[in-house]
Design a protein around this ligand. Sequence first.
Ligand SMILES: C[S@@+](CC[C@H](N)C(=O)[O-])C[C@H]1O[C@@H](n2cnc3c(N)ncnc32)[C@H](O)[C@@H]1O
Length: 544
Amino acid sequence: MDSKPNAKHGFKHKSKASKSAKTDAKSPATARSAESRTGEQRGKAGQTSLRQSSGGQGQAAGRGGSDNKRRTAGSKPAHPGRAAAPASADEVKVGDKLVVTIKRLGINGEGVGYYKRKAVFIDGALPDEVVKATVTAAEPKRLVARLTEIERQSPHRIAPPCPVYDTCGGCQLQHMAYEGQLLAKEEIVREAFTRYARIDRDALPLRPVLGMEAPWSYRNKAQLQAGPGPGGRLALGLYEPGSRRLVDITGCAVQHPGINAAAAKVRQLADRLGVPVGTGSRGGLRTIVLRVAPHSGELQLTLVAAAEQFDRSDELVRLVQEHIPEITSISVNINPGTSPLIFGERTELLWGKPALGVSLGELQFDLSPRAFFQLNPEQTVKLYESVKEAASLTGRETVVDAYCGTGTIGLWLAPFAKEVRGIEIIEEAIEDARRNAELNGRENASFYAGKAEELLPRWVKQGYRPDVIVVDPPRTGCDPALLQAIVKTKPKRMVYVSCNPSTLAKDCSYLLENGFELKWVQPVDMFPQTSHVECCTLLVRKDN
Ligand SMILES: C[S@@+](CC[C@H](N)C(=O)[O-])C[C@H]1O[C@@H](n2cnc3c(N)ncnc32)[C@H](O)[C@@H]1O
């Protein structure tokens, strides 16, 4: 069979796809990808070209799915050299080879198909593709398999433009055209509500995903790990997923260009000085964190160090001031621990402004080095506008912003409400939220440190009845005690912002069983090229 292996997912492709790869090699994305490959990656050029092919269907188009259905134990393999398929999904074992038709993307961006009604997760496969895959884990409820060959290719398959896409792990969907990504994300949300809230696919009031015009260069913050690179030079990048192998990143396609340029210069300066790197009490530079204010181009640099003072840090700070005028604030954060957490407890300003001034719509925020702020400002405005639409404020409502972070949603809504109360577990974020309220003259917004599941019930006991409750919990979803309090409180409207469709759907299921009605779900693509999807959901009381 004329097929070649692919780099990231290590799969092969049928000959027809290889032909289309040749055609596509003229595209700028392909040329960039091929040119920027080095060393080991360059040696895999053939593998890469296969992932660069787009459109068209392989010679075996339409065969894989029906093959699965046709095979039974003891029947002849459907293709010479193809192993007989296991009779039932429960008989499947590690090493078995399957042919699977991919139905959708999973929450982590893997292709999901079914083998005799059991879900098979195949990294790198796209919806509508027919693929061959080798089973790597056979679990009671699902199979995991490694993609070995694409028999029928998705029309959305494209060449990933990033040279380190194969190893970096930051993005999961660069091999899919953006239009396809948006459709797949819509499907991820639909699937979650069907599965966890038992809402019929066609009955779900799901709006199309709000995407970006230009889905690249959107990230306003980079956290780059420092480590020893080839030839004793400094490597700055991300760890390969599930490992401590550092992928040196010299330019990231989803990162703001100002950050890429500054990171390259910091690397050069640190290299020139021979700044030590590594963890432990005798260690040096661990991570550099760069944040940009897109409207002004100003940058904030935080050097995360393992020890109190790392060797050559004074000179590094002086050279950064001299050579990177866009950097207006330099701090050091001390993190002697060995956990994967980026920041330690103590941060000290070394030079410049203590905070970076950023704007979001009409609001201004002063961000200290560790303050949380949404990573995609353009899409954040769309998300917050959806929240505003859902809240439908007239100026007379009391609003709770639960899980408020630095208070951004509450401050966005405050001009249209009578009163906003934000709740957040991290005290430092609450201090930021209060400062931000002052900075923007939002006198009707107040912020409280504590657990949402404890504070809201306490307020309700005291007779407080908010008209609108907004929640924006972490990926794990809302605490059950908070959901119970919300049901008891009976707000007119509830706006649920979520970065995890599964927990969103599970929590909605509880709310729908307890007096709420689902009005609409608006997905927003906050992280193009990744499998993440954010949703803003409106629920109203049925008895309103
Ligand atoms: C997804 S972030 C929301 C950020 C904010 N709404 C925004 O748009 O910038 C979730 C926030 O919930 C906070 N959090 C986690 N558990 C909490 C709890 N039990 N009660 C209150 N806040 C919590 C986290 O610290 C984090 O700031």
